[in-house]
Design a protein around this ligand. Structure first.
Ligand code: URA
Length: 229
């Protein structure tokens, strides 16, 4: 809903009167004087007219240990979604800050704060995402240099950003990406015809998946964790 309509509903004043409130600088949204009535409202926005709070701002930030078989979406016809894992009273306005494939596990972030999730997911911010990877065939020593140089993705017409590969055993590695392309890890190993058989996201930036969370469990982020992005 637009801000001007919200204000008319809440104050029961005419739209003309509401336009005047806005022009006079009497409306603050999330602490900022806002004159644009066409602003799209989000449920967590704090809206104040003079000293009257019309909507209490309530931002939510969660980390989820995503299990296998759950879709990174808020709605899906076939599968359970990550938001289905949340309590009904919490999940209403949540969205996902960065997807994982159906069979990938690990750290996912969900919020109702669009500005925050954009900071987490924007490619320009180059936030490292760390994955634990298990492969069908041995990981050869030469992979690391190819991943560092970048791999050409013909479909998107781009070359992946330099990625760090740390080989942990013949068939497992820790891979750090600084972007998030579609099926990126699987396609990078696919370059060597090596199938990824297990993929788990351990970390996004400085935020590590809480080891206390079992697959399917979630918890709120602390203020310090929210401030990391
Ligand atoms: N790369 C993939 O291939 N899958 C994921 O889920 C995440 C990164």
């Amino acid at each position: 809903m637009r801000l001007d309509r919200f204000l008319t509903q809440q104050t029961r004043e005419s739209s003309r009167q509401v336009r005047q409130f806005l022009l006079a600088g009497r409306v603050r949204v999330d602490g900022v004087i806002t004159r644009d009535g066409s602003l799209k409202m989000a449920p967590m926005m704090e809206v104040i007219l003079d000293d009257r709070v019309l909507q209490v701002g309530q931002a939510k930030y969660f980390m989820l240990h995503k299990p296998v078989g759950v879709v990174s979406a808020t709605k899906d016809d076939k599968h359970r979604t990550v938001t289905d894992l949340f309590a009904a009273e919490v999940r209403t306005d949540l969205h996902i800050a960065g997807r994982l494939d159906l069979n990938t596990t690990g750290l996912m972030l969900l919020t109702n704060d669009g500005r925050w999730s954009r900071r987490v997911t924007q490619p320009e911010t180059r936030i490292p995402k760390v994955y634990h990877v298990q492969t069908e065939d041995p990981i050869e020593a030469g992979y690391a240099e190819v991943f560092r140089q970048g791999i050409h993705f013909a479909y998107e017409g781009l070359t992946t950003l330099p990625a760090d590969l740390d080989r942990l055993s013949s068939h497992s590695a820790r891979l750090t990406l600084f972007e998030g392309r579609y099926h990126q890890v699987k396609r990078m190993f696919g370059y060597f015809d090596n199938k990824v058989i297990d993929l788990h996201r351990e970390r996004i930036g400085g935020l590590v998946l809480d080891p206390k969370l079992q697959p399917g469990e979630y918890r709120q982020l602390t203020a310090d964790e929210v401030a990391m992005f």
